[in-house]
Design a protein around this ligand. Sequence first.
Ligand code: RP5
Length: 162
Amino acid sequence: MTDVKVGIIMGSQSDWPTMKEAADILDELGIAYEAKIVSAHRTPDRLWTYGKTAVDRGLHVIIAGAGGAAHLPGMMASKTRVPVIGVPVQTKALSGVDSLYSILQMPRGFPVATMAIGGAGAKNAGLMAAAILANTDPEIAARLDAWRDALSASIPEEPSDD
Ligand code: RP5
């Protein structure tokens, strides 16, 4: 077992610019993670092994991003009880609505916590993972609270023309 409690997985290298938003916020909050390419269609055996070993390897949350026929988050949720946060990657053909519906519409029994389409969803996935870990880690809780306070403080009360 390692200290890495967050797994970031994605269906393709082309998902990384989106999924990096999750990695960046975890870096900012001082939370260790691993990032892997795991495709439901192109590397199904890798998906199987990742899901089968996730609990024993000490993962507490998995962030899974995919686009189009985005089966990765749902398939991962079917292989492990580690909570899966799904990120619908924006697609060219259908703007990511295909990804969103593919991830969101899980059958009863195997939930995926689905975020918004694209970078905002990936960043929120990182924050959601941090919030899950914060329940049992006071240091992460303190850093997350401080990050949230700083964000609130950065919002001006009135709009400007600049
Ligand atoms: C999905 O197909 C991936 O998650 C990616 O979003 C999409 C396109 O993949 P590439 O053709 O760019 O590798 O499986």
